[in-house]
Design a binder for this molecule. Structure first.
Ligand code: FRU
Length: 459
């Protein structure tokens, strides 16, 4: 089975075959960007996880590498689960969770490390510490950082024995011996049943705790996907406690398909990739590419900027390197155009706050702007149920720009330079359809469309 052009993605990181999920171990090491990802090379179910590996000189053009970590030891025999990385004394250290299913069906998880001198061959260092008391076996996804005094900190997602989510923080002076500092949040809390993929972002005035809580009940326009990813803003105390409140939890992406993001810092920029999926298992198994033996993709890399008390996510300016051919058109109220390719980028810049409008992409995905509410609603057809479904966000500023990365089966919509982002997968029967339709009574805008080149070499 091989990938057909119908739904393959040309400038996103996808697996050659099998199932991809979370981005892992993001690093800049020896002059190259490294992206690892959760990968089942043997099938399209959530099993046999290893770390797939791609590298890039520019964050845009990717080369595939040999699998970095595969299950091989007693402590990771049933899966190399998610985690982060650090560069220290010229070596690249990966941190991951070893998943173990015992003969009697019970499970265990071990927080492990591996090290590399060249960024390609990794030597496993084994588990770092004992399983914490008071927590179920759902402890995973270690992420490590260094503070200004040279201490190392490690955060893991966890579930307490009362089946509520939590994150634990550990401290080390040498990356070898780690001491548990307890729950990362100072605040008492009960927020979902498990927190996955915790991450910490540091800005001059604020720290940001990013995590993926499972089991938040839907609330208006919020928490509509099976699992969420979001953040709270606060400050980390000297003892490693995060001072911030969960009532301020803010979802990172307002679309249908975004989960388990991870960040890394390079040259003072904080960059993030996410997994472009937040599907139920049933929806996942109905994705048409499963028939071709592969499923899922990472999001495009995004730069995270802290402004007006929130995180903005901007598509990396390096993505402009992919532009091959461009078309610019004026929009006056309404119009219809054709995408230059199914690997495209489309930008609509409004001259002034637009009137209400509808933007319909490929006769399928619809973006409605409501002028009164200053809200955007994105509609797609669910490929499992065939029903229309939507996600909505009210904007904090007047609408100035829609910036879309449109592929044959994915769209990432950045609003107002990343004030909100909507990521989604969609699967059309008419795979040749390329129309873009704009319908409004009174809106003036400039439309720019680009054809983008393929960015992963399949050597
Ligand atoms: C998030 C997650 C992580 C885990 C990995 C397993 O999608 O469930 O918590 O480490 O995926 O593939």
């Amino acid at each position: 089975m091989s990938k057909s052009d119908a739904y393959n993605l040309k400038y996103h990181i996808t697996p050659t075959h099998g199932l991809l999920n979370d981005p892992n171990g993001l690093a800049y090491f020896q002059g190259q960007y490294h992206v690892f990802y959760q990968w089942n090379p043997y099938g399209t179910e959530h099993k046999n996880k290893s770390w797939g590996h791609v590298v890039s000189d520019d964050l845009v053009n990717w080369h595939r590498k040999e699998t970095a970590l595969v299950p091989s030891e007693w402590y990771d025999k049933d899966g190399i689960y998610s985690g982060g990385s650090i560069v220290h004394e010229g070596k690249l250290y990966l941190f991951y969770t070893g998943n173990v299913i015992n003969k009697d069906g019970t499970r265990a998880s071990y927080q492990c490390a591996a090290v590399s001198e060249d960024g390609h061959q990794f030597q496993k260092l084994g588990p770092l510490f004992e399983h914490p008391a008071g927590y179920t076996r759902h402890v995973r996804d270690p992420k490590v950082w260094k503070d200004d005094s040279g201490n190392w900190w490690l955060i893991v997602g966890a579930q307490r024995e009362d089946l509520t989510g939590d994150a634990l923080v550990y401290k080390s002076e040498d990356l070898i011996s780690w001491s548990c500092q307890g729950s990362f949040l100072e605040q008492e809390h009960s927020f979902g049943y498990m927190w996955e993929c915790p991450d910490v972002l540091q800005f001059p005035e604020h720290d940001v705790f990013v995590f993926s809580p499972q089991g938040l009940p839907e609330e208006g326009d919020q928490y509509k996907n099976p699992n969420q990813s979001g953040y709270i803003i606060g400050r980390i105390s000297e003892s490693g406690k995060f001072l911030g409140t969960l009532s301020d939890f803010n979802e990172l992406d307002r679309g249908f398909d975004f989960y388990a993001p991870q960040t890394f810092k390079v040259n003072n920029r904080i960059l993030m990739f996410g997994w472009m999926s937040a599907m139920t298992e049933e929806t996942e198994q109905a994705v048409p590419t499963i028939e071709e033996g592969w499923v899922h993709a990472l999001t495009l890399p995004r730069e995270i900027v802290f402004a007006d008390g929130v995180l903005y996510q901007r598509p990396l300016h390096e993505l402009q390197l992919l532009r091959q051919h461009e078309v610019h058109e004026g929009i006056s109220n309404s119009g219809q155009w054709s995408l230059p390719s199914l690997a495209a980028e489309v930008v609509i810049r409004f001259m002034e706050q637009p009137d209400s409008f509808q933007l319909i992409i490929r006769n399928s995905v619809q973006i409605d702007y409501d002028h009164e509410q200053n809200s955007l609603t994105v509609w797609r057809t669910n490929w499992l149920t065939n029903e229309k479904e939507h996600r909505r966000a009210v904007l904090g500023h007047s609408l100035a720009e829609l910036h879309m990365f449109i592929e044959s089966s994915s769209i990432e919509l950045f609003v107002n330079e990343g004030e909100e982002v909507f990521s989604l997968r969609y699967f059309l029967e008419d795979t040749n359809e390329r129309s873009v339709r704009f319908e409004s009574d009174c809106s003036e805008a400039v439309l720019s469309m680009y054809r983008l080149q393929e960015s992963i070499d399949e050597e």
